[in-house]
Ligand binder design. Structure first.
Ligand code: NAD
Ligand code: UFG
Length: 331
């Protein structure tokens, strides 16, 4: 298959490009490099020994997107391109609604116009909101509390309605839990701009000495040790999930959780990182971060049953691979 990967120079997209190429498909990347670098495309080529076509293009630009669809005979689209910082989405809601929704609609429109059937969308566990755990795909989604989450719920709705009206448009909505880690080569990984918002990149920067100590946001939650619990998933497992999702995509709308089904607390992750890498992570307990939920993780049963997909890496692999990338990474 020829797969268009939007946002393919970014964190999850680049790892997915590797997995798609290794599964024997062709990859066309479209990215405006807003939050990534063109060199990542070279790293993908280096890891796989395969060629990648790269278009520097904005997915909200209808003419540019149409040009890409005209120049390749595409079999499917995996749509990663978008903005993803929850806090920033509260400060700049219009940017988030515009970029995340318009890109989704422009791409769906191009698929219909050019007869491209398969559309895989990057959604998020955030669409479940404050729900019972584990999160199951059949749950009624809760209103989310930030524009970023809303863009994911709205995009899911838009794609679902388009698929209902167009039987030749097949949609897979992938709800990611907490992607962490890096490709085992250490050549690609997560490199956020500025001070990281997310736990694992913060921990790796503390390990590197770039940041002094981790701030643990609250230790009075009703969880195993009082700190927040999440379902961390190795980014290469997540990438494999996309390969099976696009390969097996059939008529209709299919929703899958991509998680391990396992919860890990902040302090458990810190301990795993210390053990996996033999590095001490200094930390202090501070107040809760507004908007954080105490605990959630996936019911990962549906992806196993229907796609025969399960996450293979454990939390130690995630910590080891995240650190290998950070250690090598030059800004
Ligand atoms: P990322 O920022 O590393 O990658 C996104 C890529 O999209 C970047 O390379 C950026 O330059 C590009 N991009 C953004 N807007 C674009 C546009 N209009 N046109 C072309 N390119 C554009 O982020 P990521 O962590 O790899 O996330 C990928 C997707 O997965 C996003 O949609 C994100 O919302 C979703 N997601 C991420 C997480 C997570 O924790 N990382 C969790 C759930 C869902
Ligand atoms: N945490 C800390 N200190 C930090 C950063 C995080 O203690 O410096 C804690 C948080 O309080 C939380 C846990 O670590 O308990 C994980 O926090 P992250 O910021 O890494 O991840 P979130 O679960 O808050 O959110 C992430 C993405 C969202 C996405 C969601 C999907 O940022 O975009 O996963 O599950 F929607």
């Amino acid at each position: 298959m020829n797969i268009l990967v939007t946002g393919g120079a970014g964190y999850i997209g680049s790892h997915t490009c590797v997995a798609i190429l290794q599964a024997g498909h062709m990859v066309i990347v479209a990215d405006n490099l807003f939050n990534s670098k063109a060199e990542t495309i070279d790293e993908i080529k280096k890891i796989t020994g395969k060629d990648v076509v790269f278009h520097k293009a904005d997915m909200t630009d209808e003419a540019a997107v149409d040009e890409i669809f005209r120049s390749h005979k595409l079999d499917g689209v995996i749509h990663f391109a978008g903005f993803k910082a929850v806090g920033e989405s509260v400060e700049k809601p219009l940017n988030y609604y515009y970029n995340n929704l318009v890109s989704t609609m422009v791409l769906a429109k191009a698929c219909l116009r050019h007869g491209v059937k398969r559309f895989v969308f990057s959604s998020s566990a955030t669409v479940y909101g404050d729900n019972a755990i584990p999160y199951v795909e059949t749950m009624k989604l809760q209103p989310t509390t930030n524009p970023y989450g809303e863009t994911k719920a709205m995009s899911e709705r838009i794609l679902t309605d388009i698929a209902k009206a167009n039987p030749d448009f097949f949609v897979s909505l992938l709800r990611y839990f907490n992607p962490v880690g890096a490709h085992e080569s250490g050549l690609i990984g997560e490199s956020p701009n500025g001070i990281p918002n997310n736990l694992m990149p913060y921990v790796t920067q503390v390990a590197k000495g770039k940041l002094k100590k981790l701030r643990v946001f609250g230790n009075d939650y009703p969880t195993v040790d009082g700190t927040g619990v999440r379902d961390y998933i190795h980014v290469m497992d997540l990438a494999e999930g996309h390969v099976v999702a696009v390969e097996n995509l059939t008529e209709g709308v299919h929703v899958y959780n991509l998680g391990t089904g396992q919860g890990t607390s902040v302090l458990q992750l810190v301990k795993a990182f210390e053990e996996a890498n033999n590095i001490e992570i200094p930390y202090e307990i501070v107040g809760r971060r507004p908007g954080d939920l105490p605990e959630y993780y996936a019911d990962a049963g549906k992806a196993k049953l229907e796609l025969d997909w399960t996450a293979k890496h454990d939390i130690f692999d995630m910590c080891r691979d995240a650190w290998r990338f950070e250690k090598n990474y030059q800004e």
